[in-house]
Design a protein around this ligand. Structure first.
Ligand code: S3P
Length: 170
């Protein structure tokens, strides 16, 4: 059984994913990490040298490589839902859980981090508001279950996900 985590940057996919994987005794995978490994460079380097569109192609490629694996928690890059085909691919892998956070919460979580090229702009707060609004509908449409992560610890969120998955007996 796999569980797929989607959501905006700073929504907690990585920290919750690791927590869940440890709890369930399964592997933790992260599309950004897999891309960095196969490319041999960081996400920032990829964006700088080849641009966002190239990075989006890599995301689609990496999803194809996952179809032969089982028993993992997958944290996805925040923009994975931008392509319809990616959403369809994610749904074949397992239930898709949306980790939601409001723009102010996202900003507080990411403001001291420098590894996200899309937020290295003069006004990251405005950038978060703009991109989150543009993606919101796609996140919600893609999700089989949604969790508002504000004020919840990774452990609580992990527990909520486990309860939901068990209730669906997926
Ligand atoms: C992106 C999110 C990042 C990473 C890249 C682009 C996005 O992943 O894939 O910087 O478009 O939202 P996280 O959501 O893990 O930060």
């Amino acid at each position: 059984m796999n569980i797929i985590l989607i959501g905006f940057m700073g929504s907690g996919k990585t920290v919750v994913g690791k927590e869940l994987a440890a709890k369930l005794g399964v592997d933790f995978l992260d599309t950004d990490e897999l891309i960095e490994k196969t490319e041999g460079r960081t996400i920032s380097e990829i964006f700088k040298a080849d641009g966002e569109e190239y990075f989006r192609q890599l995301e689609t490629e990496v999803l194809k490589t996952l179809k032969d694996y089982d028993n993992f928690i997958l944290a996805t890059g925040g923009g994975i839902i931008l392509k319809e085909g990616n959403i369809a691919a994610l749904k074949t892998l397992g239930p898709v859980i949306l980790l939601w956070a409001d723009p102010a919460v996202v900003y507080e979580r990411v403001k001291n981090e420098a590894h996200r090229p899309l937020l290295q702009v003069a006004d990251p707060k405005a950038e978060i508001i703009k991109r989150l609004a543009a993606r919101s509908e796609k996140y919600h449409q893609a999700a089989d279950h949604k969790i508002d992560t504000s004020g919840q610890s990774p452990e609580q969120i992990g527990e909520e996900i486990i309860q939901w998955v068990r209730s669906k007996s997926i």
